[in-house]
Structures are given as structure tokens and as C-alpha cells.
Design a protein around this ligand. Structure first.
Ligand code: SF4
Length: 274
């Protein structure tokens, strides 16, 4: 029997990717980033950096809000000024650095509204905050899974379709699809489910991902390992505080330039001019 205790480690796709980057994303990996984000997040300077959206985060959030708003007011999908209507609701003028890219995303979605006519069960704006965790266990190890699902719709044959909305150029990571399917398996145990990714910039829809019981068990085991590794490094940091040893830096000009912690990182090779 699994005993519930107060101590409850967690796992998520983003934590998993911070340990083991997706194929094609290896260049951007730096363990120290995970250290700043996960074990030093309460320090005032770091908390302030984490509170600011990065450019990709801001674009992703506005794009998702735009899709949500189109489906809240579907008449905008038919109107020639629909894009302007949603841009006004999003107050895009307040975000000059990302405005043009988000506007292009809204135009693409207005021209090809892929969710139109779907039996949508859930569509998130993206700013709902931390999702309700799902309690999982692996042997006697209990942990929480956080899986923020953008959209769920019902296929005509009754299958649940979990859709993740993407922006940017990175390839889809199938591990994320399996995590969504694991979440669906626990939230809607008697329903068949598939998962896919739709890129709002390239307008590409991935092939649907399905998972067998064995694959769901495998991803659950992988998540449990991530939760355990993260818990262990938190404890090690609390007891030794040798930050750079526990989270080795991986400096490089471009990597550091795009790192949200470069201003406070002693190992950054990128210097801000002025
Ligand atoms: S600034 Fe560079 S070395 Fe420091 S955490 Fe970021 S990527 Fe790693």
C-alpha cells in the first residue's frame, strides 16, 4: 500500500527537459540554469528575473490568449477586422518587441482556425496558473505530476484529443505527448486519448501520438526518476550550498546571451553593454 506523506516531490515535462534536453535542444543545456530556477528561486534577484516573461514565453502566452479569445468570440473569425479585434483585447500595443510576431500568429490563425468546429471540452488562456497536480506513484514512491494542458477536444469517435499549442522553431518533444496521455489516463481513466502538437507560427500539426500501457508505465517511471533526482539535489544544496558543484555551469556566448540568469551568473560569458 502506498502511504501518503507530507513530503511530496513533483515532476513535470519542463523539469524533465531541464535534466535531459529534447533532441535538438542539447546546445542550450546548462545545469546551472536549473539550479537558479529550482533551488534558488526564492532569492529576491532570482525571483524578480523569474517573474519576468522571456520573449519566447511572452509570445507563447499572447498567442495562446489570442486563440482563446477567437473562440470566445467566434464571430471574429468571420470578420475582416477580427485580427484587430483580438489584438485590441490582448493590448498588443503594450508589447512592442513581440507585437509583429504575435500579429502574424493571429493572422495565420484567423486564416486557418484549426479548432473551429471541434467539440472543445477545454481551452485554456495560458495564464490560469499552476495546474492541479495529479498524484502518481512508482513502487512506494509518491509524487505529483503537473501537466498544463492547452486544449482538449472530443473526436467524432469519442476519443479525447489533447492538443498542445506551440510557437517558435523547436521540434515537438514526444515525451511531452506521453506525459499528456499519462495525465489523461489518470483524469479520464475509461476514455481513449491521443495527443498532438500544433505550431501556431508554421501552421504545422504533428501526427497524433498514442500510448500503450507499457509506454505509459515507462513515462511514469521516467517522471518518478526526475522527481527523485530533483528532490535529492535540493537536499544536497540545502546541506552543502556548493552551488556550482551541484549545478555545473556550461557557459558559451550565445547560450549565456539567451539565458534569463546571465545578469546574476558569475560564469556568464555574455556581458551586457552600457
Ligand atoms: S549565464 Fe551561462 S553559465 Fe550562467 S546559467 Fe546561464 S547559460 Fe549557464
Amino acid at each position: 500500500m502506498v502511504m501518503q506523506t507530507k513530503w511530496m516531490p513533483f515532476a513535470s515535462f519542463s523539469l524533465m527537459a531541464e535534466f535531459e534536453p529534447a533532441v535538438g535542444q542539447e546546445y542550450w543545456h546548462c545545469d546551472m540554469k536549473r539550479g537558479f530556477k529550482r533551488v534558488r528561486k526564492k532569492e529576491p534577484l532570482i525571483a524578480a528575473l523569474l517573474a519576468r516573461d522571456t520573449t519566447p514565453q511572452r509570445i507563447g502566452l499572447l498567442a495562446q490568449q489570442g486563440v482563446y479569445d477567437f473562440h470566445q468570440h467566434e464571430q471574429w473569425l468571420d470578420r475582416v477586422d477580427g485580427v484587430e479585434g483580438v489584438a485590441t483585447v490582448l493590448q498588443l500595443e503594450q508589447f512592442p518587441t513581440v507585437r509583429d510576431r504575435v500579429l502574424q500568429i493571429l493572422k495565420s490563425y484567423h486564416g486557418k482556425p484549426v479548432l473551429r468546429g471541434k467539440n472543445i471540452l477545454k481551452l485554456n488562456r495560458g495564464d490560469e496558473g499552476i495546474p492541479k497536480p495529479i498524484e502518481l506513484h512508482r513502487n512506494n514512491f509518491l509524487f505529483k505530476l503537473f501537466a498544463a494542458i492547452d486544449c482538449i477536444f472530443l473526436e467524432p469517435n469519442g476519443t479525447l484529443h489533447i492538443l498542445d499549442l506551440k510557437t517558435g522553431k523547436a521540434d515537438f518533444d514526444p515525451r511531452q505527448g506521453y506525459i499528456y496521455l499519462l495525465a489523461a489516463h489518470n483524469l479520464y481513466p475509461n476514455q481513449k486519448a491521443i495527443a498532438s502538437f500544433y505550431n501556431l507560427e508554421s501552421c504545422e500539426w504533428s501526427a497524433p501520438i498514442t500510448a500503450t500501457e507499457i509506454q505509459l508505465n515507462a513515462i511514469q517511471a521516467q517522471l518518478a526518476r526526475v522527481a527523485q533526482k530533483h528532490e535529492l539535489e535540493k537536499q544536497r544544496y540545502r546541506h552543502s550550498a556548493r552551488f556550482a558543484e551541484l549545478f555545473p555551469p556550461n557557459p558559451d556566448l550565445m547560450r549565456c546571451q539567451h539565458c534569463q540568469f546571465h545578469q546574476i551568473c558569475a560564469f556568464s560569458t555574455y556581458e551586457v553593454s552600457g
